[in-house]
Design a protein around this ligand. Structure first.
Ligand code: PMT
Length: 410
């Protein structure tokens, strides 16, 4: 599965460093070329000789120990890598990565590399939950660093909780999935497909100066448009009110709309010729019954605004679909699975992406999201906190794998 993939494995100093030996061995067995960098603390837990024997290559521990005078080792490794995997990743290396520190071989390489970075944290449960660690991980996730979440259980320090390094075979599986997705991207898994994405909040006018809207920034929809373009699709991005920066350029056609009705009209213009429709927009369920054409004047101590139901765009698409693959979103605050599955069935979607918008780092306005993907059978995938772009890539990966036959005739 990993033949020809070049992986720099960064090992940092926690008790879980002993599992890095098994991880390295499994990566090599899967065909990866592995170069190991160990921190000064890591070599207190596991020897360089172990890692050298398993990786079949010299191990790097010191930035100034230049083994080949023709190159600068940390730059050479940074450029060589297809992936830099830090496992285990201590709270210390996570803090250094977030701050951009470069004071040893691993942190210097991490700063110099343009390769994707994946980190598998391992630490005491209270350290893992410390606001500083949470903030650093959020910051890194926003920059695109992928995390392999630690497992829960009895920790080496005696506490029971979250913080145990994920098992090496699970980390290898995540690495394999990452490369599979990356290869899919370069092969253009959605080449020739038309993808319609809705983003942002709708604006329901009360009068010329007032309206009802919501907190959607459009970032999730924009990320989906970007990810669909990466996969080779022709993208129509229908955006309501947004604060994020929409992706621009070749492959993405941007249409601006205001109300739910405008959004419905725009989506319907493209629906027949689309292969995938993704409804990431936060559409107002109700609009004012009357839209005043002049600014409404203040009168009385209270005011009642009558609202009428908006068209449910997704539900309409679900009824009208003739082969289009329909992805809905569910923004929930409680009973996430129950409500998401209900929306999936009622609106006849192929997939529904649920986000608990009360979770930190998820939902409205954030640069990251934490989502679960469901189909009619139930949970398909539970994603950890990832940048919205990476989340979008994972969603489209699932969708691309499920598209059948030649798609919709145009
Ligand atoms: O834009 P961001 O700041 O990045 O935030 C992202 C997000 C939180 C808006 C996004 O991840 C998300 O959850 N979008 C859906 C928000 C929403 O309206 O959810 P809902 O559970 O109310 O609606 C369910 C689905 O029906 C959605 O796909 C929605 O687009 C669709 N819908 C809802 C009402 C309506 N009248 N027409 C619709 O099509």
């Amino acid at each position: 599965m990993l033949t020809g993939k070049k992986i720099v494995l960064g090992v940092t100093g926690g008790i879980a460093a002993f599992k890095a030996a098994s991880l390295c061995s499994k990566l090599v067995k899967q065909g990866a070329e592995v170069r190991v960098i160990m921190t000064e603390s890591a070599v207190k837990f596991i020897t360089e000789l172990t890692m050298q024997t398993l990786s079949k290559a010299p191990v790097f521990t010191d930035t100034f120990d230049e083994k080949d005078p023709a190159v600068i080792a940390h730059i050479n490794l940074a450029d060589w890598a297809d992936l830099v995997l830090v496992a285990p990743a201590t709270a210390n290396i996570i803090a250094k990565m977030a701050a951009g520190l470069a004071d040893d071989m691993l942190s210097t390489t991490l700063l110099a590399t343009e390769a994707p970075i994946m980190a598998a944290p391992a630490m005491n449960v209270h350290m893992y939950q410390h606001p500083a660690v949470v903030r650093n991980m959020n910051e890194l996730a926003q920059r695109g660093v992928m995390f392999v979440e630690p497992g829960s259980g009895l920790l080496a320090c005696g506490y029971v909780g979250k913080g145990r390094l994920e098992e090496p075979e699970q980390i290898v599986a995540v690495v394999e999935r990452f490369f599979e997705q990356q290869d899919g991207r370069s092969k253009g898994a959605l080449a020739g497909k038309k993808v319609v994405v809705t983003a942002g909040g709708t604006v329901e006018r009360i009068d010329p100066v007032r309206y009802i809207t919501n907190d959607s920034s459009g970032k999730m929809g924009f990320a989906l448009a970007e990810a669909a373009r990466e996969l080779g699709a022709e993208v129509v991005l229908i955006a309501g009110s947004t604060t994020g920066q929409p992706p621009a350029g070749k492959g993405i056609e941007l249409e601006r709309v205001q109300s739910a009705q405008n959004m419905y009209d725009a989506v319907m213009r493209h629906f027949d010729s689309s292969d995938i429709v993704i409804k990431a927009a936060a559409v107002a369920d109700y609009r004012p019954a009357v839209q005043a054409d002049r600014k409404m004047k203040k009168s009385g101590d209270t005011m009642t605004l009558e609202l009428v139901k908006n068209i449910d765009i997704l539900e309409q698409l679900g009824q009208k679909k003739t082969g289009q693959f329909l992805i809905g979103f569910a923004a929930e605050t409680n009973d996430v699975e129950h409500y998401a599955m209900d929306k999936l069935r009622r609106k006849n979607c192929d997939l529904i992406v649920a986000n608990d918008v009360t979770s930190e780092g998820a939902g409205f306005g954030t640069d990251t999201n934490i989502v679960q993907i469901y189909d009619h059978e139930g949970l398909v995938e539970r994603l950890p906190q990832l940048s919205k772009l990476e989340t979008a890539r994972r969603i489209l990966e699932v969708a691309a794998g499920r598209l059948e036959g030649p798609g919709v005739e145009r």
